[in-house]
Design a protein around this ligand. Structure first.
Ligand SMILES: [Fe+2]
Ligand SMILES: [Fe+2]
Length: 594
C-alpha cells in the first residue's frame, strides 16, 4: 500500500467516523425548540407575510436542512431502555397528515385501535433494541390530540427499565382501562385498547405539545404592536396598598431601560425608581415577536395620597404621559371595587369597562375572575385585552385570578406571570402570584388559582381565614362550585366547608358564561340569613353562550346572557352589591348588614 493511498484511507475513515459520530453529537445539543426558533427566524427573513398561510408539510420538508429534519424526527421524545422493546404509538385517526418521520423511521401501522371517550387512535409499532428510543414531532399542524406511546419488553420475562426520559415532567402510568393520557384533560380516559398493551408503560403528555413545531396556519399578527413609547401600563399591588404599588408596562426592543418618575400630586419633588425588565417572546407573532416588559415596585409611599407618575426610558428619553394612582387610607372602612366574570379580551367588555370607570370614579381597584383572555400564550390576545381596556388599569389597579383560558393546553401560563406583579404569599406548592391574599380596608381577599389542584391550597385557605381580623371575607376563583352546568363537587367538598366555618361573605367566580347569585348557602343548604351562609356568584364580562340554563333551586337571581359588572361598596358593617349590564341598567342588587 502506498503512503498516499494509506493516507487517503485514513482520511476516508476519519470522514466516515466523523459522519457517524459527530453528527449525532452536534444534534445532542439541538432541541426541537431551538431548531424551530431558527427555522421561524429564517422563514421570517425569506418568506413574505402574505405567503405564511401557504406553508404546508411539503414546503417545510424542502425548507429544512437534513440536520434540522433529523432533530425534528428524533428529539421530540426520547429515553433509554435496558432490554429490547416494542413501542406502540397511538395516532389520532383524524389527524390529516402522518408525521413525516413516522414511516421512514420504521414504524408500521397495525390493524389495532385505541379509544378514549372522544377519540380513536391507530396503533403504530416498532421494535427497538436496548438503548435509545427516539421519536419525532407530532406534525407541523396544530393537532391538539397529540400522539402518545406505550412501551413494553419484546421478550416476556424481561424486566424493563426506562431511564433518561425527555421530557421528564410528564408522568409514566400503566396502560389500562380508565388510564389518562393528557395532563391538561385528565378526565379523558382510555376505554378500549389491544390486550397486548395491557400493563405496559404509558407515557402521558399534554395537548400543548402540538404547538412545538406548529407552522401550518400558525402565524399571527397583533393589532396592537409595541413601539418605543410605553404602553399597556398597569397597576397592581404585590405588597401593602397603603404604602406601595407596582407599575408594569411594555415597549419594543429598542428600549433598554425602564424608569418610573413619580411625585405627590401638587408637590414638585420627583422621585424615581428603576424597573426590572424581561424579554417576552411570542414566536409566531410575526409583526411583534419580541417585546420588553418592565416592572417597578414603588414603596414607602404615603397612605391616602394621590401620586402622579410617568414611565419611560432615561437612555432613550421616551416617556408616557402623566397618570395617577391613590394609595389606600390605613384602616379605612369605606371603599368600593368592581369585579368581572370572564372577559376573554372582548371589545364589548372594554366598552363596558370605560363606562363603569366613568360611572364609579371612587372605585379603588378592579378584579377579573379568570379567563381574562382566550388563549393565554398568545401575546396578541393580551395585546387585545390591553387595547380594549385602554388606560383604565394605569389609574386603578387590577387584581386578577387565572382561568383555564389564561393557561394553554398544559403549557402553563408564562405570560400571565410576565404581565402581573402580584403578592407572593400563596401556598407553598403553588406557583407564586398564582394564588395570593391581600387586604384592602376592612376586607380580606383570597385570590385562588382553581386550575391548580384544590388540595394543595386547602390548608392555606383555612390558615388565612382563621388568622384574619378582617370584617369582610371575599374569595375569588374561576371555577364556580355552584352552577347549572357542571357543579364543582370537588371544590364544594374541599373548600366550601371552610368557607362555612369562617363565614366567607361572598365567593366570586366565572367560567360558566352566565350570571347567577345564590341565596346564602351553608353546608350545601340554603339558609335564611346572610349571617349564616355564603353567597356564591358567577358572572360574565363577555357575552353568554347558553340557551338553556336549567334550574337551580339555590339561586336568587340568574341571567343566561351578559354582559355585567359587579360594583361592591363597603361601608363599615354594610355591603352594597350592585350588578350593572352594559347599558348601565341595574340587573341585580343586594345589601348585607353585619
Ligand atoms: Fe370563559
Ligand atoms: Fe373558563
Amino acid at each position: 500500500m502506498t503512503q498516499q493511498f494509506k493516507g487517503l484511507l485514513i482520511f476516508s475513515f476519519l470522514l466516515l467516523f466523523n459522519s457517524c459520530i459527530e453528527l449525532p453529537k452536534e444534534n445532542k445539543n439541538l432541541t426541537v425548540k431551538n431548531v424551530m426558533d431558527d427555522v421561524i427566524t429564517r422563514l421570517y427573513k425569506e418568506v413574505p407575510p402574505e405567503k405564511y398561510n401557504t406553508i404546508d408539510d411539503d414546503y417545510m420538508l424542502n425548507f429544512l436542512s437534513e440536520q434540522e429534519k433529523s432533530v425534528l424526527a428524533t428529539k421530540y421524545q426520547y429515553f433509554k431502555v435496558n432490554v429490547p422493546v416494542t413501542v406502540s404509538l397511538m395516532r389520532d385517526v383524524n389527524q390529516p397528515t402522518i408525521p413525516f418521520w413516522l414511516k421512514d423511521s420504521g414504524f408500521k401501522k397495525t390493524a389495532e385501535i385505541v379509544k378514549n371517550e372522544e377519540y380513536q387512535y391507530d396503533v403504530w409499532q416498532k421494535d427497538f433494541e436496548a438503548g435509545w428510543v427516539n421519536l419525532g414531532i407530532n406534525g407541523f399542524d396544530m393537532h391538539r390530540t397529540v400522539y402518545f406511546i406505550s412501551v413494553g419488553p419484546k421478550n416476556s420475562g424481561d424486566e424493563l427499565k426506562i431511564t433518561e426520559v425527555y421530557p421528564e415532567k410528564y408522568s409514566r402510568e400503566i396502560m389500562e382501562k380508565e388510564a389518562f393520557t393528557y395532563h391538561d384533560w385528565s378526565d379523558l380516559e382510555i376505554t378500549e385498547f389491544p390486550k397486548e398493551l395491557e400493563g405496559q408503560v404509558l407515557f402521558t403528555t399534554v395537548r400543548g405539545r402540538a404547538r412545538e413545531a406548529h407552522v401550518k396556519g400558525a402565524f399571527r399578527k397583533t393589532k396592537f404592536p409595541s413601539s418605543n413609547t410605553p404602553d399597556q401600563i398597569l397597576l397592581t399591588w404585590s405588597k401593602d396598598p397603603v404604602n406601595s404599588i407596582d407599575i408594569q408596562w411594555r415597549t419594543d426592543m429598542t428600549i433598554e431601560d425602564g424608569l418610573v418618575k413619580y411625585w405627590l400630586k401638587s408637590k414638585t419633588d420627583t422621585l424615581t425608581v428603576e424597573a426590572g425588565k424581561i424579554v417576552s417572546e411570542d414566536r409566531m407573532l410575526y409583526n411583534d415577536r419580541y417585546i420588553r416588559r418592565f416592572t417597578a415596585n414603588l414603596s414607602q409611599l404615603i397612605g391616602a395620597s394621590t401620586y402622579e407618575y410617568m414611565v419611560g426610558s432615561k437612555e432613550s428619553n421616551v416617556w408616557s404621559n402623566v397618570r395617577n394612582f391613590k394609595t389606600e387610607e390605613k384602616d379605612q372602612n369605606k371603599f368600593s371595587f368592581i369585579w368581572f366574570g370572564d372577559t376573554h379580551k372582548d371589545a364589548k367588555w372594554g366598552e363596558m369597562l370605560q363606562v363603569a370607570n366613568k360611572r364609579h370614579k371612587e372605585t379603588a381597584f378592579y378584579s377579573i375572575a379568570g379567563d381574562i383572555v382566550s388563549t393565554g400564550l398568545y401575546r396578541s390576545d393580551w395585546d387585545e385585552f390591553f387595547g380594549v381596556a385602554k388606560d383604565v388599569f394605569s389609574y386603578k389597579p387590577l387584581m386578577p385570578v387565572l382561568g383555564n383560558h389564561d393557561r394553554q393546553d398544559g403549557l402553563g401560563t408564562r405570560m400571565y406571570y410576565e404581565i402581573f406583579s402580584l403578592p407572593k404569599n400563596g401556598p407553598e406548592d403553588v406557583h407564586p402570584e398564582s394564588t395570593y391574599a391581600f387586604k384592602y380596608g376592612n376586607a380580606l381577599f383570597l385570590m385562588i388559582d382553581s386550575t391548580h389542584p384544590n388540595e394543595a391550597q386547602t390548608e392555606w385557605i383555612e390558615e388565612k381565614l382563621k388568622s384574619t381580623d378582617a370584617k369582610w371575607k371575599f374569595v375569588m376563583f374561576h371555577f364556580p362550585p355552584y352552577n347549572f352546568e357542571e357543579p364543582y363537587l370537588d371544590i364544594q367538598e374541599e373548600w366550601c366547608g371552610i368557607f362555612d366555618t369562617y363565614h366567607v361573605d361572598m365567593v366570586m367566580s366565572g367560567h360558566i358564561h352566565y350570571y347567577m347569585r345564590s341565596k346564602p348557602i351553608n353546608n350545601g343548604i340554603v339558609v335564611q340569613s346572610f349571617k349564616d351562609g355564603t353567597i356564591y356568584t358567577v358572572s360574565i364580562g363577555t357575552t353568554g353562550n347558553h340557551n338553556d340554563i336549567g334550574e337551580e333551586p339555590y339561586a336568587e337571581k340568574r341571567y343566561k346572557d351578559g354582559q355585567f359588572y359587579q360594583h361592591m361598596a363597603i361601608e363599615n358593617n354594610s355591603l352594597k352589591y350592585t350588578v350593572y349590564n352594559k347599558e348601565g341598567v341595574i340587573v341585580d342588587e343586594l345589601t348585607i348588614e353585619k
